[in-house]
Design a protein. Structure first.
Length: 147
């Protein structure tokens, strides 16, 4: 299958509020109350964790039948450790997450062996998890000065 390009746009508004769009869908991203934010949406770090959980959840629903796992309910709890000093250039620390942890809460009567195989497969198929776990080439395509 050919590579697919996904496009998105983020447009800064007042303070730290950002209007993010992809296709015809929109999301408001903001910082908590303070000099740069009004808490009108998740901050980018929170949105990343939510993207991971959503990706894992969608994959779970799609692949459960293949593993003969009956999902009565599936939920992901995610948390990550981030050093604000690294983010704000106040220390030599990394600005991104140092560790991300998640727990799958699965309501099922399927055998544990099948559930474990299913979970192992899920972890290998989630594009957001793969992106977070492995290096991705980041490339600035250009700078456009508008008047």
């Amino acid at each position: 299958m050919a590579m697919t390009t996904i496009k998105a746009e983020a447009h800064v508004l007042e303070g730290g509020k950002v209007a993010a769009r992809s296709r015809n869908c929109a999301l408001t991203i903001d910082e908590p109350h303070g000099p740069e934010g009004a808490a009108t949406g998740m901050n980018p770090a929170e949105a990343l964790l939510c993207s991971l959980g959503a990706c894992q959840s969608i994959a779970a629903r799609a692949y459960a039948p293949q593993f003969q796992v009956k999902l009565d309910d599936f939920r992901v709890e995610i948390e990550g450790d981030i050093d604000p000093d690294g983010l704000f250039d106040q220390a030599d620390g990394r600005p991104g997450y140092a560790e991300v942890r998640y727990t799958f809460r699965i309501k099922t009567d399927s055998p544990i062996e099948r559930v474990e195989q299913f979970v192992k497969f899920l972890e290998s198929r989630c594009p957001i998890g793969d992106t977070i776990a492995g290096p991705v080439r980041m490339k600035l395509q250009g700078i456009v000065i508008e008047e």
